[in-house]
Write a protein of this length. Structure first.
Length: 343
């Protein structure tokens, strides 16, 4: 089955992301403690201090891999709810204007609710906190209506992106994977036959320097015997390592494809003309013969080489390369047949 590479990347980034978020949260907690102390706000100072100590301890445990971060997620919701309630109650208790903390705690609560709760309870929590924030804001003298409206709008936007953002990402991932499956071979990661044929056709359409462009078909000798002796997993392993060696031995402009089964296609610019192309193909074949996995077998490969200037169309180039590959097989395998030896 084709691997979801986007999901794999997200999984790899989850732990660093959680640690980074936790570190930033602790930094914010330090600022909140200092701010509450400067205003002598004892309830919020206590909450901020407790949050700072608990957060620092949990961050240390997660960083030391003593605790996995996922089960700790619900604590974020409880902390966000407590922070929001205490910050709004503090405004009512002291009579001061609605400040930064109630706005910020509302946004954190909305994000936590839509991330951790089902849709309906999350909506209730978000709407309830918005009503409380608005009610407290309009009990203050000369409320900042624009700021309050902006914060409520941000809360709605965050809820929308939390609910639909994952669906949008998943849809994009599926589209990327569908396209990837159309153009790449799932075993080796190389271009597949369809994509390679389209690239070859494009080379003929776009006026590529055909005299310096080589088309090489390579086939593993007695691949079926290798499968029968060592098993199909060993054969798959050989194909993957051949693909890696091919890709590593060529520059980024070269086309490398799994043409089918145990056959590979290479299309590359080779300066120096036909003789240089033959020498280049022999060097590449020698690199591939060195791919050996230490299980008691050695690989040999046969190849057929065509310089595009020898033909007028993609189908002709493929047919000629295939005929030369067949000639190499008939002549005893483990050899390359190129233009000057094709007769």
């Amino acid at each position: 089955m084709h691997e979801d590479r986007s999901a794999h990347l997200i999984a790899r980034l989850r732990r660093p992301g959680v640690l980074t978020l936790a570190a930033l949260t602790l930094g914010l907690q330090v600022l909140l403690v200092l701010d509450n102390l400067s205003r002598a706000d004892l309830p919020l100072t206590l909450l901020s201090s407790v949050g700072l100590v608990v957060g620092a301890a949990l961050l240390a445990l997660v960083a030391l891999r003593r605790v996995v971060p996922e089960p700790l997620a619900p604590l974020m919701l409880w902390y966000a709810a407590g922070w929001f309630l205490l910050s709004t109650l503090g405004v009512l208790w002291t009579g001061r204007p609605l400040g930064t903390q109630p706005y910020l705690s509302h946004l954190v609560l909305v994000a936590a609710a839509y991330t951790l709760l089902p849709l309906v309870p999350a909506g209730v929590v978000a709407a309830g906190s918005a009503v409380i924030l608005a009610a407290v804001g309009f009990t203050r003298p000369a409320p900042d209506s624009l700021l309050l409206a902006s914060v409520l709008y941000l809360g709605v936007l965050m809820s929308f992106m939390t609910v639909y953002g994952r669906a949008i990402r998943d849809q994009r991932v599926r589209a990327e994977l569908a396209w990837d499956l159309q153009v790449h071979d799932t075993l080796t990661g190389l271009l597949n036959r369809r994509a390679a044929l389209e690239r070859l056709r494009a080379a003929f359409r776009t006026g590529t320097d055909h005299g310096h462009t080589a088309l090489l078909l390579l086939n593993v000798d007695d691949f079926q015997g290798l499968n029968d002796t060592f098993g199909r997993p060993a054969g798959d392993d050989v194909l993957r390592h051949l693909a890696q060696t091919l890709r590593g031995g060529l520059d980024d402009t070269a086309l490398v494809a799994r043409w089918g089964g145990d056959e590979f296609l290479v299309l590359a610019a080779v300066p120096g003309g036909p003789r240089a192309a033959c020498a280049w193909a022999e060097d590449l074949r020698a690199q591939l013969r060195a791919v050996e996995r230490g299980r008691g077998y050695a690989l040999t490969l046969s190849g057929g080489l065509v310089v595009l200037a020898e033909t007028d169309a993609p189908d002709q180039a493929l047919a000629l390369a295939g005929a030369r590959l067949l000639t190499a097989k008939i002549r005893g395998r483990d050899r390359l047949v190129c233009h000057q030896a094709a007769g």
